[in-house]
Design a protein around this ligand. Structure first.
Ligand SMILES: Cc1ncc(COP(=O)(O)O)c(C=O)c1O
Length: 447
């Protein structure tokens, strides 16, 4: 029994505990019962109605972040990187907010098209696009395809039935000092062609000689969780110099420069984030300087944020299954989800916060490790988090900043289906993706 349960009247006099506004959707509050609400809906009610684990997605937060990009980069094309999270509803929201969409498979393409995204505003990516996917993209009338290998130039030239706009992906050798798994702008990695390399020169030459391929620009993606905008300024300088060289050699002025995504968001209190106004200033200055230096006309830049659009709109809910105080060791809070719905901890050592969502804790706290239910020792959700000392099985834990690379990376390990996605807005819930059931798993098993 907590003091609050004995004296419910205490609630009204309590100061609201501060949920870090940088981690949670804008519309996050406490209700009269001390429960956390997002988009006007109590998270505990969502857990009761749809079960746990469950992904909650705040539609207004997604739209708000799309608008922020449109506001700070009014002349740029903002291309939502669908790999962060793609459902028909998310594709619809971002398209309504004026964003283009980047997809990296035929599966993502189908979802974007089903949501009504204009094919001309779809960009296709991928480091190993199968022939059938190139065909599907060309037939769908996808606006641009980002070429990632020499093989792809040959395949695409064979598939294209009318001139197809393409971008060429180059790595400008900019080391953003991130986790090795998310550094994609350096030379020694699998994406694109190293800027200035023989392979890059060969690729440019081959594309130029294909009458069905219309090279409209260069592309780079420096990595993930980049909070220093200067890296993007440097990319602008290096790539415009290359565009200037292409103009000299081929007499063709490329009109587009796609700078990829990778803008950092805060997962825990105090994490550095990309500052959009600062990024806008740095890009503007770099464009001015590089265009002037190379006597190159101003071109249109594209940005491809994924995480920065959806990460903070997502909150994942779990039920506490068990609590274990290991003698001489840690306290483990075992949740009913884990690495299947959030593999980012095991993949990149990502760190998260977790709070109890069904009540307003007022008593003492303890430091705990929230672990998952799956058969892997590395199945951790959040290490060293402060939780109420009187936490009990059955209570609801909420993990903020789980909108990006959670549902899209989820698996069915241990035969556990993927959680549903419930969107919230103005006090209402919508089930956007239903829970995957054992029947779904059986349906794929042909015996
Ligand atoms: C080509 C490309 N563009 C954009 C993104 C989106 O990155 P983020 O979600 O970090 O913004 C990625 C992520 O891997 C990518 O590979």
């Amino acid at each position: 029994m907590t003091l609050l349960e004995i004296f419910p009247s205490l609630r009204s006099g309590m100061p609201s505990p501060r949920l870090d506004a940088t981690l949670w959707p804008c519309e996050t509050h406490y209700d009269d019962l001390g429960r956390i609400t997002v988009g006007g809906v109590a998270l505990a009610d969502i857990a009761d109605q749809y079960g746990t684990p469950v992904y909650v997605l705040d539609e207004s937060e997604v739209r708000r972040r799309c608008r922020a990009y449109r506001k700070y980069f009014p002349d740029a094309e903002i291309v939502y990187a669908a790999k962060a999270l793609l459902t028909k509803s998310v594709a619809g929201w971002v398209a309504e907010e004026g964003l283009s969409v980047d997809v990296c498979s035929a599966g993502e393409l189908v979802v974007a098209l089903a949501a009504g995204v204009d094919p001309a505003r779809i960009v296709l990516h991928g480091s190993g696009k199968p022939f059938a996917e190139l065909e599907a993209a060309v037939h769908a009338g996808v606006g641009r395809i980002v070429i990632d290998s020499l093989t792809e130039i040959t395949l695409l030239a064979a598939v294209a039935t009318r001139p197809q706009q393409v971008l060429l992906r180059l790595s400008p050798d900019i080391d953003v000092h991130g986790h090795p798994a998310v550094k994609t702008g350096v030379a020694d990695q699998k994406f694109g062609f190293p800027l200035g390399s023989a392979a890059a020169l060969d690729a440019i030459d081959r594309v130029m000689r294909q009458p069905m391929l219309d090279l409209v620009g260069l592309h780079c993606h420096l990595g993930s969780q980049i909070h220093d905008p200067d890296f993007y300024g440097e990319a602008v300088r290096r790539l415009i110099a290359e565009m200037s060289r292409i103009r000299t050699e081929y007499g063709r002025t490329l009109p587009q420069l796609d700078l990829g995504g990778g803008h950092a968001v805060a997962y825990r209190c105090g994490d550095a984030e990309m500052n959009l106004p600062e990024l806008a200033d740095i890009l503007e200055d770099a464009l001015d300087a590089a265009c002037a230096l190379n006597h190159f006309p101003r071109l249109r830049i594209s940005l491809e944020p994924g995480r920065a659009i959806v990460a903070h709109a997502g909150v994942t809910l779990y039920r506490v299954m068990a609590i274990k105080h290991v003698e001489g060791g840690r306290t483990f809070v075992i949740a009913d989800g884990g690495m299947n719905d959030n593999p980012r901890v095991a993949l990149y050592g990502a760190r998260y916060d977790a709070v109890v969502a069904n009540r307003h804790p007022t008593g003492p706290h303890l430091t705990a490790t929230v672990a998952g239910r799956y058969c892997e020792a590395g199945d951790i959700l959040a290490a060293d988090v402060r939780l109420p000392a009187d936490l009990r099985p059955g209570e609801v834990l909420a993990v903020p900043c789980t909108g990006a690379y959670h549902h899209s990376l989820a698996s069915t390990y241990n035969g556990v289906g993927r959680p549903p996605i419930i969107s919230v807005r103005n006090g209402r819930c919508h089930e956007r993706i239903r829970r995957e059931t054992p029947a779904d798993l059986l349906a794929r098993d042909l015996g």
